[in-house]
Design a protein around this ligand. Structure first.
Ligand SMILES: Cc1ncc(COP(=O)(O)O)c(C=O)c1O
Length: 203
């Protein structure tokens, strides 16, 4: 990992069998040496939703910066940086109907930030290169409300999904994960045949 190569100590937090994190473990791992906590909002394999609001509160009270990767949460649940005190939050276009190659980084006004490219003064000196307007416009369009309709029809399909996975080993309760991400563990199960079974559905 890049930070470790630069000499920083990184503590990796375990998750349980369901992919859930114990907030008390995270709280216990924060020391006076901790600079930043990085925790995704929604896991890209299991769909598990982590308790980011609690974690952000803990980080704030302990004086630690909090970075949230919200890539898999975008378009699925409400993201409001006024309600939750994130210091940094990232989104990527290709997970929410925008073109590939565009992303967004939210940086709270007083959070420290050093650009990794220097040049002009674009984006308030945070990314000092010429912006590529078409993907940026695509990202804006992707945030438009009609895509919530796409999500609705996908969600209509989901209750039928269990019959495609007749012997699921485990699944986190739906309220604690996004509907769109799921992991199915099957012995000798061929990925392409799974795709064929799902192929007849429209969402
Ligand atoms: C949770 C999560 N974070 C980050 C990424 C990486 O996004 P990108 O490929 O746009 O860098 C992905 C997958 O694409 C993801 O699922």
């Amino acid at each position: 990992m890049a930070l470790e190569k630069e000499g920083y100590r990184v503590t990796y937090m375990p998750v349980d069998r369901e992919g859930l994190l114990k907030v008390a473990d995270l709280e216990g791992a924060i020391t006076d040496q901790t600079a930043v906590v990085s925790l995704t909002w929604a896991n890209n394999k299991t769909g598990v939703l982590f308790p980011v609001e609690r974690v952000a509160g803990i980080c704030r009270s302990r004086g630690v910066l909090y970075y949230c990767d919200a890539v898999q949460a975008a378009g699925k649940i409400e993201i409001d940086v006024q309600k939750i005190p994130f210091d940094y939050l990232s989104l990527t276009g290709h997970k929410c109907h925008a073109p590939k190659g565009i992303a967004a980084l939210y940086v709270r006004r007083k959070a420290p930030f050093t650009p990794y490219v220097y040049g002009g003064h674009q984006e308030r000196d945070r990314r000092e290169v010429t912006e590529s307007v078409p993907p940026i416009a695509g990202m804006e369009k992707a945030g438009a409300p009609q895509h919530l309709e796409d999500r609705k029809s996908f969600c209509d399909f989901l209750p039928q999904a269990p019959r495609h996975f007749p012997r699921r080993r485990s699944e986190t309760e739906p309220a604690r994960r996004t509907l769109e991400c799921a992991t199915a563990l099957r012995n000798r199960f061929c990925g392409s045949s799974l795709l064929e079974r799902l192929g007849g559905h429209k969402w």
